[in-house]
Design a protein around this ligand. Structure first.
Ligand SMILES: Nc1nc2c(ncn2[C@@H]2O[C@H](COP(=O)(O)OP(=O)(O)O)[C@@H](O)[C@H]2O)c(=O)[nH]1
Ligand SMILES: [Mg+2]
Ligand SMILES: [Zn+2]
Length: 288
């Protein structure tokens, strides 16, 4: 039988097969290989009485490590302009993480009720120019969520973004349940903030969704300088026209990417973020 791992707790995997959840263990051989089944994995199982044994794991289309989920197809990347203030650097980092992992980022600005509309439009335009979808939300009032609902079908969607932007509010709205506590702030307690301990796929609108704990920084140590430029879709149409093959679009002359920045076809803020990240990689500062 084939199914999808929707939850993993303490060595047990909960595999959804048709409309049933079957508690499974992994076959012993997995312990001797690199491969450990993850939530999101499509697996082959055999039954032993009422319990199952995972016999094989299908190839993954993507593999996220934080949260550990396989086969995520898209990310709702949630940010706000106000409360908390927009951290553009972190938003760009999330997008790189998605691009690098073969996950489609969908940018969502929540709490538009608090945002300056001009600032919001300018920011959205910067990402739309780079070919990304941008959505405006007011999750508290349930505004703008129908687009997100419609895109869930046939996808495994991860909800990500910093703390306090409304991820749990959005998840509760999309699932129609109070699955997550919202507005829990315990900065003073340090690690006391609500975090999702074991991640779980939640079935909704013929797709799956997974919540992530908010985080406030994201290291770029997973990426090389050669791969970095491939994570900027707005460079695609230009980089073949650079004079030098292997152009890093940095200090080289006759660089078509830099020309596109000057012509305002590529947003300068995005290019500046590229250069900053490239320099981090070149200087080894992206290493832990
Ligand atoms: N003004 C406003 N507040 C919101 C909106 N969405 C969520 N909030 C509030 O923002 C706070 C943090 O929301 P929460 O869902 O816990 O954020 P999370 O940390 O990303 O999971 C809560 O007090 C929510 O009620 C919104 O669209 N507008
Ligand atoms: Mg939350
Ligand atoms: Zn170039």
């Amino acid at each position: 039988m084939e199914g999808i791992i929707v939850k993993g707790i303490a060595g047990f995997y909960y595999v959804k097969v048709d409309n049933e959840i079957i508690e499974c263990k992994a076959r012993g051989k997995f312990r001797h290989t690199e491969l450990t089944p993850m939530v999101g994995d499509r697996v082959k199982i055999a039954m032993q009485g009422k319990k199952g044994v995972i016999e094989g794991v299908n190839q993954r289309s993507s593999e996220l490590l934080r949260p550990p989920v396989a086969n995520v197809t898209q990310a709702y990347v949630i940010f706000t302009l106000k409360d908390p203030d927009l951290n553009l650097d972190l938003l760009n980092r999330f997008i790189i993480l998605c691009e690098f992992n073969n996950i489609r980022p969908i940018i969502c600005f929540n709490k538009v009720d608090l945002a300056d509309i001009n600032e919001l439009n300018t920011t959205a335009e910067m990402f739309e120019k780079a070919s990304y979808q941008v959505h405006y939300l007011n999750a508290r009032e349930g505004i703008g969520l129908s687009h997100l609902e419609n895109m869930l079908e046939d996808n495994v969607t991860v909800l990500c973004g910093p703390s306090g932007v409304g991820k749990s509010t959005i998840l509760n709205r999309l699932t129609g349940k109070e699955l997550m506590k919202t507005g829990e702030i315990s900065e003073k307690l340090g690690r006391g903030k609500h975090t999702t301990r074991h991640c779980e796929l939640i079935e909704v609108y013929k797709g799956y969704i997974v919540d992530t704990p908010g985080f406030s920084s994201l290291s770029m140590d997973f990426i090389t300088k050669e791969k970095l430029q491939l994570c900027f879709p707005e460079f695609d149409d230009h980089m073949d026209n650079c004079k030098f093959t292997g152009c890093m679009h940095y200090k080289e002359p006759s660089c078509a990417v830099k020309e596109a920045v000057e012509d305002k076809i590529i947003a300068k803020e995005r290019y500046d973020f590229y250069v900053k990240t490239l320099e981090e990689i070149l200087n080894g500062r992206n290493k832990r």
